[in-house]
Design a protein around this ligand. Structure first.
Ligand SMILES: NC(=O)c1ccc[n+]([C@@H]2O[C@H](COP(=O)([O-])OP(=O)(O)OC[C@H]3O[C@@H](n4cnc5c(N)ncnc54)[C@H](O)[C@@H]3O)[C@@H](O)[C@H]2O)c1
Ligand SMILES: [Zn+2]
Length: 347
């Protein structure tokens, strides 16, 4: 049975998040009588042929490197070539890369067409596909170009997580744990009580955990859609993660987020904001889930990338610090101070 969460703005429905299966739940979500064009990538189109072949589709490449304006323009051209118009509905089927691009393409094609997502990765379901942030990278800087625009729906099909590689599944777990750290201690403790293999094998359990994470994100987005305050908390671990991603391609986004969350927990403990024992618990959970927490690049390069972060303004930068498991706060700090502190907590 599907479960539905609704995101509203001033009492008006913005977006629907549906936990269900594509076979039963996708068709009723699509607008009746409209042309639907799917945007997806080659591995999803191969693995889920029966789903993708039901629709006209455009394939994009894979990986962070293709999340660019060039790819957006290629899809725009393809839409024009196929005679798509303002009534066309765009459906992104895939992980965060596909949904970030689809949302941006849909928001800009002919000044905006309707769109929705089938989210197929754990990271996408708990984070990327929910909340209406769409965009691409520029010259390696993450998500520099983009917009806020809510998809009409996000269908999270837990069954599709079965075909993810272990590495991709683990990367998604980082955002799930991050969400617990920000806003729900119970979610964090539920993950803490389980082994990675149990989580990977049990779709019913995962459906509950994903729903909990989506609820937290949806509530925050409802209160602060444009990220002028509370939504910044969702960036826990991301300042460092984006710097890692800028400097090296060895880590997936979620893997870099795991490192970023642990660094922020250590920093918060060092500042006396988070009890040392809680910081150790946070680190222990990421280790137990199998994350490599070693910084993959030298600190000097990380610091140089941090200076160009979207969250920095002049010599200040905004960081998110856990103050307890399930609670965190946003602070603006001097960049030079952060540089010095980070060098103390990163071996
Ligand atoms: N917009 C937001 O609010 C937001 C939030 C968090 C992350 N993001 C973005 O999300 C992106 C990462 O997303 P991701 O981790 O989903 O990566 P991804 O989209 O690259 O997907 C990972 C890989 O898994 C494959 N795949 C997808 N679904 C599959 C399935 N069900 N079975 C087998 N293989 C499958 C894809 O083909 C791809 O190779 C980053 O670019 C990040 O910046 C955006
Ligand atoms: Zn993220």
């Amino acid at each position: 049975m599907s479960r539905i969460l609704e995101l509203s703005r001033d009492g008006q429905l913005m977006s629907r998040i549906v936990m269900g299966g594509w076979e039963h739940d996708l068709h009723p979500l699509l607008p009746w009588g409209h042309r639907v064009i799917v945007i997806t990538d080659r591995s999803i189109s191969t693995r889920y042929r029966r789903l993708i072949n039901q629709y006209e589709h455009i394939l994009i490449g894979k990986g962070e490197r293709i999340k660019t304006l060039e790819t957006v323009a290629q899809v725009h051209r393809e839409l024009i070539k196929r005679g798509a118009d303002r009534q066309t509905f765009l459906l992104g089927i895939g992980g965060g890369i596909v949904t970030d691009i689809t949302g941006f393409v849909a928001s800009t094609f002919m000044r905006g067409v309707r769109f929705g997502f089938v989210s197929t990765t754990l990271l996408g379901q708990v984070d990327a596909s929910v909340g209406g942030k769409n965009g691409v990278n520029l010259d390696g800087y993450k998500n520099m170009i983009g917009c806020f625009n809510q998809p009409e729906f996000v269908l999270c099909d837990i069954g599709m997580l079965r075909t993810l590689t272990t590495r991709q599944f683990r990367a998604g777990m980082a955002e799930l744990i991050k969400t617990g750290l920000i806003g729900n201690r119970v979610l964090f403790e539920m993950v803490e009580a389980l082994r990675f293999e149990e989580l990977q094998r049990d779709p019913l359990l995962m459906a509950d955990l994903v729903l909990m994470a989506v609820k937290i994100k949806a509530e925050i987005v409802e209160r602060d859609e444009r990220e002028s305050g509370e939504r910044r908390k969702l960036n826990l671990g991301h300042t460092v993660a984006h710097a890692i991603e800028k400097c090296s391609r060895v880590m997936l986004h979620g893997e870099a987020v795991a490192v970023g969350c642990v660094v922020m927990a250590r920093l918060s403990a060092q500042m006396g904001l988070l009890p040392q024992r809680e910081a150790e618990r946070i680190e222990a959970l990421f280790v137990r889930m199998g994350f490599d927490l070693n910084m993959p690049v030298e600190m000097d390069r990380i610091v140089a990338a941090l200076r160009k972060d979207k969250k920095s303004a002049g010599d200040q930068i905004r960081i998110v610090l856990p103050t307890a498991i399930g609670r965190c706060e946003v602070r603006s700090v001097m960049f030079d101070w952060l540089d010095e502190q980070l060098r103390k907590v990163i071996e």
